[in-house]
Design a protein around this ligand. Structure first.
Ligand code: URA
Length: 248
């Protein structure tokens, strides 16, 4: 017997948190009875579980890395019919969804999966999984400004956790700098807002690493499956005590 939201997430319905919402909205039935509270357990091998009247099916787990182009929405569907990241996923029958999100104008490494547990593990704030970006900004920020970002800076939703920053490239002629930044949180538009807080507008943002996983030579708009080793390393990283203590 397992908790219903865990069964739904494992079947690729949505992330664990989204599945909890579906339960609370009364959209889930077990053996014909609507379940409206969290904590109910079921047996996926015995019970008939439906979401919006459709039986769930257990499917094999899929883990993909994508090099997201800019101008694409990080979502599995868009009511307005704009381009979404899953439009780039071909050749698999399983329905995957993004692990966390990148802004419409951010490019780079995005993970996609139908494993709700995995998605939850990597995006939960308490696990502090590092994400590394190349941020090209207007102007050339002084070292003392970067120090502020390293220590933590006040944004409208509170102080940011310490981050790692280093200059990647300085273009004096264009009056632009590219900074490599690693953050351990995943707040909305966080990197853009951090640079705005030191008066440097981000004009290009690319995620180059998720945990220890990097994009390598994956072409823009392409996806590739993660290897079992890569999947395990990401899980270990999220669960490692060292990782948590590093950012306390
Ligand atoms: N920080 C941002 O500002 N945007 C992203 O897409 C990711 C991190």
């Amino acid at each position: 017997m397992e908790r219903l939201q865990k069964i739904l997430a494992a079947a690729g319905v949505a992330s664990r948190r989204k599945c909890e919402e579906l339960i609370l909205e009364g959209k889930v039935e077990v053996n014909g009875e609507t379940v409206k509270t969290l904590g109910v357990k079921a047996d996926p091998t015995q019970d008939v579980i439906t979401v919006n009247g459709r039986a769930i099916q257990s499917e094999s787990k899929v883990y993909l890395m994508m090099n997201k182009p800019k101008g694409v929405i990080t979502s599995a569907t868009d009511p307005k019919g704009r381009k979404v990241v899953t439009d780039y996923v071909t050749g698999i029958k399983e329905r995957v969804y993004p692990v966390g999100r990148l802004d419409y104008d951010t490019e780079g490494l995005l993970l996609l999966t139908n494993d709700g547990e995995f998605a939850n593990l990597l995006t939960h704030p308490k696990h502090h999984v590092p994400k590394t970006y190349l941020a090209t900004v207007e102007g050339i920020p002084h070292g003392d400004k970067l120090e502020k970002l390293k220590e933590g800076i006040m944004l409208e939703d509170g102080m940011t956790a310490p981050a790692e920053l280093e200059y990647q490239d300085i273009n004096v002629e264009e009056k632009q700098a590219t900074i490599r930044i690693t953050i351990y949180e995943g707040r909305n538009r966080q990197v853009r807002r951090m640079f705005e807080a030191i008066s440097h507008k981000v004009i290009r943002l690319k995620r180059i690493k998720f945990g220890d996983l990097s994009l390598m030579n994956l072409k823009r708009g392409r996806t590739r499956p993660l290897t079992p080793n890569e999947i395990n390393e990401l899980k270990q990283l999220a669960l490692s005590k060292k990782n948590k203590e590093r950012r306390k």
